[in-house]
Design a binder for this molecule. Structure first.
Ligand code: GDP
Length: 363
């Protein structure tokens, strides 16, 4: 069965024929051979989307959204990617552009009508419009950190002294062997990562090498790395059977968790046993609550490239009070061209290869 999409009505905007075949690989292969012998070739990874972009069917933020959607592992990633790929950021940017167009027109007219001898008088509305513009952009800029976390996932480091039960806890959570469990102190030399879908949030649990004073050079390298990774993580679970924490790594919002609760101390709110499974669900529940609070103010902008364009636009529209009309008009034009960059109407060439490298063939 062949479906014919006329130019303008296909995903890429070009004339497209879609051929539907029975799934037997030999049939697909045979047709492939016939078509390639007629001078056709296979599409490259992301080529359909690249053509759709170049033909103006999608803007760059929608392309990025589609890339995120293809890579999404969890529900919150999927939801955010879908909003972006459906053009929500592009629609917002169009709204911001309208503010700039109105402000620009007011500035131009104040220049046109200015008497040679009378200094031009830029109406207050221009400054109000620019203030509104800045405020809208600030909302997205402020929501970047949380949105970026949703997109790329939170990192949670499990830290604590050797034999605290870190690897056992992570294994229990994974319900499979991801970390080497042993009762010889210092076995976890490398950082082991476990990707979790925590009720729709992407979370990477880091199993760090036992934090202790090591004699062994290799082990002490492992400890340095573990400390760096742990300090940079979004959150640390400080695990020990006694409830002690490493003060030098403690950051606001961290969790203190008592391990091996099957052997004794039950006084702590967060106490787990990797042997009996006690407390593991409550710990995950608590972790989810803490992290989801941090996603509350997430905006739509989750890519560094998009953030850069927004910050540029924001800067152009800042400190405009008292500027003469010509400079004001220039600032407004600069802000508008940063919005064009946001949507890839200009300057997209530098990003296309990177963006499409994550796409698959057929997309
Ligand atoms: P790590 O060095 O912090 O990663 O600690 P491990 O996970 O390797 O555990 C050290 C030892 O404690 C091992 O012998 C584990 O079997 C034991 N262990 C870990 N968690 C528990 C627990 O919840 N209860 C008991 N009884 N033993 C545990």
């Amino acid at each position: 069965m062949v479906i014919w999409f006329e130019a303008g009505h296909s995903f890429t905007g070009e004339d497209v024929a879609e051929i539907h075949l029975h799934g037997a690989p030999v049939i697909v292969r045979r047709l492939g051979q016939i078509l390639t012998s007629q001078g056709l070739r296979l599409a490259e990874a992301g080529e359909f989307t690249r053509r759709a972009f170049l033909n103006g069917k999608m803007d760059l933020s929608e392309v990025e959204g589609l890339g995120d959607l293809l890579a999404a592992e969890t529900e919150s990633q999927r939801r955010m990617a879908l909003r972006l790929s459906n053009g929500e950021l592009a629609r917002k940017a169009d709204g911001w552009r309208s503010l700039l167009i109105r402000a620009g027109a007011l500035v131009e007219s104040s220049v046109d009508f200015a008497d040679e001898d009378v200094p031009e008088n830029v109406p207050q509305e221009v400054f109000d419009l620019l203030a509104e513009f800045r405020q809208e952009l600030d909302e997205q800029i402020d929501g970047y950190a949380a949105a970026e976390r949703i997109r790329s996932g939170f990192e949670v480091a499990v830290i604590g002294p050797p034999n605290a039960g870190k690897s056992s806890l992570i294994n229990r959570i994974a319900r499979r062997e991801v970390a080497l469990v042993s009762d010889i102190a210092g076995t976890t030399r490398d950082i082991i990562e476990l990707r979790l879908d925590l009720r729709g949030l992407a979370v990477t649990l880091l199993d760090t090498a036992g934090l202790r004073h090591a004699q062994d050079r290799i082990e002490s390298l492992g400890i340095d790395r573990a400390r760096e990774r742990a300090a940079a993580a979004d959150l640390r679970i400080h695990l020990s059977p006694t409830g002690e924490v490493d003060e030098s790594l403690w950051q606001h919002g961290d969790l203190k968790v008592v391990s091996k609760v099957d052997l004794g101390d039950r006084s702590s709110d967060l106490a787990v046993s990797s042997v009996t499974g006690e407390g593991i669900d409550s710990l995950l529940e608590y972790l989810f609550t803490v992290l989801s609070v941090r996603t509350a103010d997430a905006g739509l902008v989750s890519h560094q490239r998009q953030l850069g364009a927004l910050i540029e636009a924001r800067e152009s529209a800042s400190e405009v009070d008292g500027l003469p009309a010509e400079l004001l008009a220039e600032a407004i034009r600069r802000a508008a061209s940063s919005l064009d960059r946001l949507l890839g109407r200009i300057g997209a060439e530098d990003y296309l290869d990177v963006i499409f490298s994550s796409f698959c063939i057929g997309k």
